[in-house]
Write a protein that binds this ligand. Structure first.
Ligand code: NAD
Length: 261
């Protein structure tokens, strides 16, 4: 059984995709904890949402809590859990969306030139961050016998990083293993765990590369456009719907046909 009004945690909420995911979850009527290491990005998101009508949530301020979170810190995750409990109750939905893809003058470094520090930073945010979030929030979902988890991977997990570095594609493929491993463990507890692998999206990381790279990407997308944060948000809403308990351990490729697997 579903939990009624979902209490949803979205990491990386200050970024392009994260903002779109928060918005679609608010439209459904969720109570949303928007978490990011960048506090001012969260405040910009709240200002944008306040300025537009959000049908499901009523007042944005009643339904949205901003939490400064470094996903690599177990202590910060515990503090987020306490904030969520006090404000809305134990989270029933977790969307691990925070991620980094280091670029140098708008382009990736070849794998042979990536420093160990950069490698470790990408593993910490993209992979360990999701693991810590799951470790922190799953026990309450198990007690409730219900939960919905979505890990935001990437097309780079499927075809390798054309424009992102080898560390990025390694972590995004690692997220698929993390998803399937937890999906097995949690299925008997009423908790689903799925991954979404976006192709090129208009906002966020797409703006951290050159126009030329995005134009080249566009040429390989059969539907003839880049994706939007809402394209991803709608899939997250589906996967976190109480009615979709039979969908678990799966990866959903949302890329306009760019990579058909
Ligand atoms: P973005 O850079 O706009 O957003 C990422 C957000 O994560 C930022 O707000 C940043 O502050 C936050 N973040 C970084 N380190 C953090 C940390 N340690 N703790 C908490 N938050 C942290 O990028 P985006 O395009 O919105 O990407 C969101 C997710 O979607 C990422 O996981 C990315 O890999 C994935 N993705 C994006 C695209 C795309 O084309 N935009 C394609 C495939 C996958």
């Amino acid at each position: 059984m579903g939990a009624g009004i979902e209490v949803s945690v979205v990491t990386g909420a200050g970024g392009g995709l994260g903002g779109g995911i928060v918005e679609t979850l608010l439209e459904r009527g969720d109570r949303v904890i928007a978490a990011d290491v960048d506090r001012s990005a969260l405040e910009r998101l709240r200002d944008r949402l306040r300025a537009q009508p959000i049908t499901g949530a009523g007042s944005v301020d009643d339904a949205l809590e901003l939490v400064e979170l470094d996903v690599t810190s177990a202590e910060r995750w515990e503090s987020l859990r306490e904030t969520a409990r006090e404000r809305f109750g134990d989270p029933t939905v977790l969307v691990n969306n925070a991620g980094i893809s280091p670029k140098h003058n708008g382009v990736k470094l070849p794998g042979t030139q990536i420093s160990l520090d950069e490698w470790n930073a990408v593993i910490a945010v993209n992979l360990t961050g999701a693991f810590l979030g799951m470790q922190t929030l799953i026990p309450a979902m198990q007690r409730a016998g219900y939960g919905r988890i979505v890990n935001i991977s990437s097309m780079a997990a499927r075809i390798g990083g054309r424009i992102a570095g080898v560390h990025y594609s390694a972590t995004k493929t690692g997220l698929l293993g993390l998803t399937r491993g937890f999906a097995w463990e949690l299925a008997p507890s009423g908790i689903t765990v799925n991954a979404v692998a976006p192709g090129r999206i208009t906002l966020g990381m797409a703006q951290q590369t050159t126009e030329e790279v995005n134009a080249r990407m566009l040429e390989s997308i059969p539907v003839g456009r880049l994706g939007t944060p809402e394209d991803i948000g709608r899939m997250v809403v589906y996967l976190t719907g109480a009615e979709n308990g039979f969908v678990t351990g799966a990866t959903f490729d949302i890329n306009g046909g760019n990579s058909m697997l």
